[in-house]
Design a protein around this ligand. Structure first.
Ligand SMILES: [Fe+2]
Length: 183
């Protein structure tokens, strides 16, 4: 069984014991090892959205629901993260800055995540995410800081040039990605 309050308590205790993502990753891995329990505990996802489950200056927990075939542009977090997928798939593309081209990034690698995967991301990671399947994907995302207030960057999907991350715009993109579903 997945109990959200217990999960938050466990993540906070893990972070208090070790400020890296190590113990939090274990908490997330344990949760998503039973995807059906997480689906029951958080509710079957109905539409794409960035849902806040917990927020403090040291820790943010989100329920991220990706609309079918949705892609979000490259961005960084400036803090570690752990992604635990509990239904569907997340394709992560990793990017790196290009020496001699200020603000520009190039693709550096990729990782396909499926239900039961709990993947840590280091604090300097730049990634973009695609839901490559025609149904909702959902994942618990835990961040080692305040996801909503940390100044950070995103990269224009056409030019791959750096600009300030705008969290309201990111939330709106999740909302807008639902439109084709309703049509
Ligand atoms: Fe991200």
């Amino acid at each position: 069984m997945f109990d959200l309050e217990q999960f938050i308590t466990d993540c906070r205790a893990a972070l208090a014991a070790d400020s890296s993502h190590k113990l939090v990753r274990e908490v997330v891995a344990r949760a998503v090892s039973d995807p059906a329990a997480v689906l029951k505990g958080l509710g079957e996802p109905k539409r794409g959205g960035l849902h806040k489950l917990y927020q403090s200056s040291e820790l943010t927990i989100l329920n991220v629901v990706w609309a079918p075939m949705m892609t979000i542009m490259p961005h960084n977090h400036e803090m570690w993260a752990v992604i635990g997928v509990y239904t569907g798939r997340e394709d992560n593309i990793f990017w790196r800055r290009i020496a001699g081209s200020p603000g520009k990034v190039e693709a550096a690698g990729a990782k396909a995540l499926s239900a039961r995967d709990a993947e840590p991301l280091g604090r300097n990671i730049i990634h973009s995410v695609t839901n490559p399947i025609p149904r909702l994907t959902a994942a618990i995302h835990v961040y080692g800081g305040d996801f909503f207030t940390m100044p950070r960057s995103e990269w224009d999907p056409e030019t791959l040039l750096e600009e300030p991350y705008n969290v309201e715009r990111a939330v709106r993109r999740f909302e807008e990605a639902n439109v084709p579903q309703r049509a």
